[in-house]
Design a protein around this ligand. Structure first.
Ligand code: ADP
Length: 494
């Protein structure tokens, strides 16, 4: 019995120990579970926080996306508008190109452009979109009543918006009642050299906030308008100057034509006068020469030696005078077209040869070498042979006159722009530069020692020029003092 009790107690003790152990294990597990629950709650809280951040980020991203979309469509609208503005050079058309569609694409529906008229000291409306006539008038008068405020903005080159404007710039009531907007942007238009102004752009919507991006866009638009205005005004100035120039050229041309007509008339009168005087001189000259010749024969009686000398002088001077009169007559007759050139094809070398034959004696006498640098058949020219012969005689004659002994005269020819250019060069004293323009005038002679010694009329080159011009050619001279002279002239090919 006692043993049975002890066993029972032992079993009970064992059970208690077992239960206690079990309880302890359970308690430990419960604690562990509690800890795990705590951690789970923490991570749930964490996740909740992160979810909130994600939602916030998403909202922010959407807003940025919206803003970006707005900016892109604004930039697109601005690009279209800029293109359209830059396509015109007419001031009024620039502002007409600001259309309601463009403004709408920029996110606004009202727009005004005012320019400053310096002379009148007032702003004048250039264009308005989204306003009635009476509203425009009201805005204009409000603006001119507060012009200092607006001029200050232009001067400071500041872009303002309903958000960034200083207090008291436009109060809310004015904005509603006069400008009929809730939000606006105002940007100065500043062409470099002309009257400035500004663009006002606004909206009646209450949900459209004006952003910094909008301000930037309108600033760019105002700059483009300024540039277009500058270009248009420059173009107008250029155009006006061009027209003025054309008018002036027209007037001057008329004046010159009239003057030329007058010169022609005077020239004709001069030619007629020279021609008639020469004619009238010829008859008495012939008589003088005739009487002198008869007296010199002695048929009318013996002539004392002294008288004979004087008669010889009369005879010589009559010849010289006759020569002058004939040359003058020739010049005036060629000039007035009374002498027509009988043009025929000639071998240039042949024409020069004839002159060489005529002058060979004098050339030998003066020990001057004449070099002809062209062969027969090299050049065929369409000329009046007698007249061009006179040209060569005069030019070679002058070259001989102004070239010292042992000098050289050379004649060459070449093709030049479909014509034949002939050059007659010498190694003579040369012609001073200031005399080059005058030597083709009648009676002009350079004042030098040779001219003082050798007689001349100053008519040779005038005659040569008339003959070349009657052949539709040109004559000019190049000369270096002390080295020599080249006379060049052109003839038509034969
Ligand atoms: P003239 O020979 O009778 O004086 P021209 O009309 O033939 O008249 O010539 C005008 C002037 O041009 C000459 O007086 C001379 O001063 C100048 N002149 C012409 N040819 C030459 C030349 N080859 N070299 C230098 N001077 C020349």
């Amino acid at each position: 019995m006692f043993e049975a009790n002890i066993l029972t107690i032992l079993i009970a003790t064992l059970i208690i120990i077992y239960l206690t152990a079990m309880l302890l294990t359970k308690m430990q597990k419960a604690k562990q579970l509690e800890q795990e629950a705590e951690e789970l709650k923490k991570s749930l809280d964490n996740m909740d926080e992160q979810a909130k951040i994600i939602v916030r980020t998403d909202i922010e991203l959407n807003r940025i996306q919206e803003e970006l979309d707005k900016k892109i469509s604004g930039l697109y609208a601005l690009q279209k508008l800029s293109h359209s503005i830059s396509m015109t050079l007419v001031e009024d058309q620039i502002f007409q190109r600001l259309s309601p569609e463009h403004i709408d694409e920029l996110g606004f529906e009202k727009s005004l452009v005012f320019l400053w008229d310096k002379k009148r000291g007032a702003f004048f409306l250039k264009t308005a979109l989204g306003y009635l006539e009476e509203e425009k008038e009201l805005i204009s008068s409000h603006l001119n009543g507060n012009k200092e405020k607006f001029l200050n903005i232009i001067e400071a080159d500041k872009t303002l918006s309903s958000i960034t404007m200083p207090d008291n710039f436009i109060d809310k009531n004015t904005l509603h009642s006069i400008f009929k907007t809730n939000y606006f942007i105002i940007a100065p238009i500043l062409p470099k050299q002309s009257e400035c102004g500004f663009i006002f752009i606004g909206t009646e919507k209450t949900d459209t906030l004006v952003t910094e991006g909008d301000e930037e866009l309108i600033k760019i638009l105002a700059t483009q308008l300024g540039q277009a205005l500058e270009n248009a005004r420059l173009f107008e100035k250029t155009w006006n100057s061009q027209r003025e120039l054309e008018e002036k050229v027209g007037e001057r041309t008329q004046e010159l034509t009239a003057a030329l007509e007058e010169v022609k008339k005077m020239n004709k009168r001069k030619t007629d006068f020279v021609s008639s005087v020469s004619h009238e001189l010829r008859t008495p000259l012939t008589s003088i020469k005739g009487y002198a010749a008869i007296l010199l024969t002695g048929k009318l009686g013996e002539i004392p030696a002294e008288a004979k000398q004087r008669l010889d002088k009369i005879n010589r001077h009559s010849d010289e005078l006759g020569h002058i009169v004939n040359e003058l007559l020739d010049i005036s007759r060629i000039e007035s077209g009374k002498v027509t050139m009988s043009l025929e094809p000639w071998d240039l070398r042949e024409v020069i040869n004839k002159t060489e034959d005529l002058l060979s004696g004098q050339l030998k006498e003066k020990k001057i070498n004449l070099e002809i640098l062209l062969q027969p058949k090299d050049f065929r020219v369409l000329i009046d042979q007698t007249q061009i012969g006179r040209v060569f005689i005069n030019l070679i004659g002058n070259a001989m006159k102004f070239t010292p002994a042992d000098g050289k005269i050379s004649i060459s020819a070449k093709k030049n722009e479909g014509l034949i250019q002939v050059d007659v060069s010498d190694t003579g004293c040369g012609i001073p530069p200031e005399a080059k323009d005058s030597i083709f005038e009648e009676f002009f002679r350079v004042e030098n020692s040779i001219n003082q010694e050798v007689k001349g009329t100053g008519l040779g080159l005038a005659l040569v020029k008339r003959i070349i011009e009657a052949h539709q050619g040109k004559i000019w001279v190049n000369s270096i003092m002390g080295k020599g002279t080249t006379f060049s002239f052109t003839l038509a090919q034969g």
